[in-house]
Design a protein around this ligand. Structure first.
Ligand SMILES: [Zn+2]
Length: 544
């Protein structure tokens, strides 16, 4: 039992904005009151629900590939978190499992969403997540380039495709569906990419990116998944991709949808020299469509590691930069490309990207619909979130940083015109309450009775300065795990999964097909339930 007294509580999901009140904890949950137990005096501090990351990449085969690819970075870039008698962690921009847990919890984050898991390597992902302490997790299954599903869409068998998708979600023990460059990753197996949203994918007559996106959104609604389609749209990173982004949003009008790392999808111009921000156009459209959520995918200057299923984009990035390039083919399901990258303030393109992420965060009015991410480790390491918090809360600081951009870049952005400063409640919304709601995790992102007792406590400081950098206390599931900047206790997290309904006969359809096209045996394909630590099966609500 634990009581936190005297702190200013920020709990926007329950309309609490900085009131001094007690928070009581018993058996890992928030309760209305307790007798006895430890008391933490939080006078002069702010008390927030633990952070929830809506989109990050922290575990799995691609991460391991990236760790091995840059041995020269292993000891760089990661701040040191003092962990007496704890296990060691390394990894540069892609920290190893323990370091990932320490660093997230060391900021006050207690739940993360691993946003890209192929079924074929899901066992590996779950093993790494199990080895990542102090955090609860959920995984999103890569699905927009699965050839079995695409073949069913080609012949118009959408209903059967729905059963296959549901079977695969449970086989991989995942929580939702991530679509990456729909069709483009499949085309990359022949060295090609998807073209327009309505152009057929290489090898198909009827399957287009638009068809894949609409079918998946329809299937997800039909299955009643708690989180909507999580979409990495086509043409990521390309100048002029604003047209594709808006067109994609139009396809999903009237539905729920989550647009991943929107920063990488809000560019104007015809080519690299003419690239400019189109954050305002994207934000206007987005603001008018309340069913949509997004995460910023902001970039910060310095080292990054780009890792994405978007194989064709990664090959282009390698050609543009001359940096190392890793490519992983995942049989009939997806692919992956890896390129280490450095964002430079002096680069016109990078300077525009830096501004676009902040512009979207400032121009999208409803903090319940845009979440703080760097698409870690693509835009920056997640441990740099405190820098973004300060940029959002402190206009003067932001203007100062803006002056350091190349003059040419300053003419292609609107950041200088934006006066908005985030309040602390809004910061809590974009880092915890909003992502929890969008993920459908009712027990996360708030401090109401019955919520998981995930709490972060910081010294109160003006205008976001160093907020999140060094919490005084982090409580995970009712246990004090970080105290005064040190890891004090280790807890193993849980994993949230869904088990959508499917026709059990779908296995009779899948088995012979699978044996023909996969190198693995069908019986070895699904992830065993025992492999997923602390598995919590969330409810699927199919509306009539
Ligand atoms: Zn991502």
């Amino acid at each position: 039992m634990l009581r936190i007294t005297g702190g200013k509580v920020y709990d926007p999901a329950n309309q609490v904005h900085g009131e001094v009140r007690d928070v009581s904890i018993s058996d890992g949950r928030i309760v209305s009151r307790i007798e006895g137990g430890r008391t933490i005096d939080a006078t002069g501090m702010v008390v927030l629900p633990g952070g929830v990351d809506a989109h990050t990449h922290v575990a799995g085969a691609a991460l391991n590939f990236a760790r091995a690819m840059v041995p020269e970075n292993q000891r760089q870039a990661v701040p040191f978190l003092h962990t007496p008698e704890r296990r060691m962690g390394l990894g540069g921009l892609t920290p190893t499992t323990f370091a990932t847990g320490y660093l997230y919890a060391g900021m006050g984050y207690t739940t993360v969403t691993e946003a890209a898991v192929p079924v074929l390597s899901a066992k590996h992902t779950h093993e790494e997540l199990r080895d990542t302490p102090l955090l609860d997790k959920a995984c999103l299954l890569l699905m927009a380039n699965n050839e079995i599903v695409m073949d069913l869409l080609e012949t118009g068998e959408t209903e059967r495709a729905g059963h296959v998708v549901a079977w695969l979600i449970w086989a991989a023990k995942t929580y939702g569906i991530k679509a990456v460059n729909p069709g483009g990753v499949a085309a990359w197996k022949w060295g090609k990419n998807a073209k327009g949203l309505f152009d057929p994918i290489e090898g198909y007559r009827n399957v287009t990116p638009a068809r894949i996106i609409s079918a998946l959104a329809e299937i997800i609604d039909g299955l009643g998944l708690p989180h909507p389609l999580h979409l990495h749209a086509n043409h990521l990173g390309m100048p002029g991709n604003v047209a594709t982004t808006i067109e994609t949003m139009k396809l999903l009008e009237g539905r729920r949808a989550h647009f991943a790392h929107l920063q990488f999808h809000a560019y104007g111009g015809d080519d690299w020299p003419t690239m400019r921000s189109e954050a305002a156009q994207v934000a206007d459209y987005f603001n008018a469509h309340p069913g949509f959520t997004t995460d910023a995918g902001a970039i910060l200057f310095g080292n990054a590691m780009t890792i994405t299923a978007d194989g064709p984009w990664q090959h282009l990035l390698h050609e543009l930069t001359g940096k190392k390039w890793g490519n992983i083919d995942v049989e009939n399901e997806t692919g992956c490309g890896i390129v280490p990258y450095v964002y430079k303030r002096s680069s016109l393109v990078n300077a525009i990207q830096w501004a676009v992420g902040l512009e979207l965060l400032l121009l999208i009015r409803d903090p319940w619909r845009i979440f703080l991410t760097t698409d870690h480790p693509n835009g920056a390491g997640f441990w740099r979130y405190p820098e973004l918090v300060q940029l959002l809360m402190d206009r003067d600081y932001r203007r100062e940083r803006l002056k350091a951009l190349p003059a040419k870049a300053q003419k292609r952005i609107v950041l200088g015109d934006l006066d908005r400063e985030y309040t602390l409640s809004e910061i809590v919304t974009i880092t915890s309450a909003g992502p929890a709601r969008a993920l459908g995790l009712a027990q996360k992102g708030h401090l109401g009775v019955g919520a998981d007792a995930d709490v972060a406590i910081y010294d109160e400081r003006p205008r976001g300065e160093a907020l999140f950098k060094t919490p005084r206390y982090v409580i995970k599931g009712g246990e004090v795990v970080i105290e005064e900047g040190q890891v004090r206790a280790m807890t193993e997290g849980r994993e949230f999964v869904v088990r959508p309904g499917f026709d059990p006969q779908i296995e009779d359809y899948l088995r012979p097909l699978f044996q023909q096209v996969y190198t693995m045996s069908f019986d070895n394909y699904p992830v065993e339930a025992e492999r997923v630590h602390g598995m919590q099966v969330a409810e699927c609500r199919v509306s009539a």
